[in-house]
Design a binder for this molecule. Sequence first.
Ligand code: DHB
Ligand code: FE
Length: 280
Amino acid sequence: MARVTASVYTSHVPAIGAAMDLGKTHEPYWQPLFAGYEPSRAWMKANTPDVIFLVYNDHANAFSLDIVPTFAIGCAETFAIADEGWGPRPVPAVRGHPELAAHIAQSVIQDDFDLTIVNRMDVDHGLTVPLSLLFGKVDAWPCRVIPFPVNVVLYPVPSGRRCFQLGRALRKAIASFDAPLKVQVWGTGGMSHQLQGPRAGLINREFDMAFLDQLIADPEALSRKPHIEYVREAGSEGIELVMWLIARGAMSDSPPRVVHRFYHVPASNTAVGHLVLENT
Ligand code: DHB
Ligand code: FE
């Protein structure tokens, strides 16, 4: 049977992708950030999964404001890199896992989560920046990826509680797939940041630290945090953090092993948080 081996959490700031694509990672501004991901890259080399179930948000690239699904699952064979205005990032196309994606869709929808099935989609920085951070510059991504976009852009957004419960349903779906696949579930976006309005540039280190602590130790309690608290405390784009609860919900009930934890301010306008948790 397939199993969830680990979960990975990271911010997705587009400027990080640009720094990698333009060869700026050793510049003083960027060096501490990339150094913080080195332990995870080394761990990932020894623990490359067969499939990543990658929870992220699209930023009006695949979905315009005409149609905005709350939860969507990428079931295609491949996903092209989105052109976000400067041409697509020079990174490999993403290879999906249609069989596992279809199985998860069947199981999770029958568990009463209404997913949108996506058979063709371009993927934006929300998905490619986390892959770049964990795998570096590569000719091909080393595993399959099932993209799972969540709407955190157009209100109303899903609650943390719903995201956590969806993670639980996802865990059950993966455990019932009849192939010996190692699957990682990634939760991406965050941490505190606000990109527009009078509070643009907001960073809340205290909130971010408490979120990381509770995500590790008591995710069920964390899942009860109302969405408006994310917006108030972590900024309008801090709401991206609810996606981390899907990945955490997919982990086993026993306490996870913390492989690596990292926090850095700033990258562009954003507080960057990163965590790797292994199932024990
Ligand atoms: C920034 C952060 C984001 O999450 C995003 O989607 C776009 C930009 C930023 O900090 O620049
Ligand atoms: Fe974002």
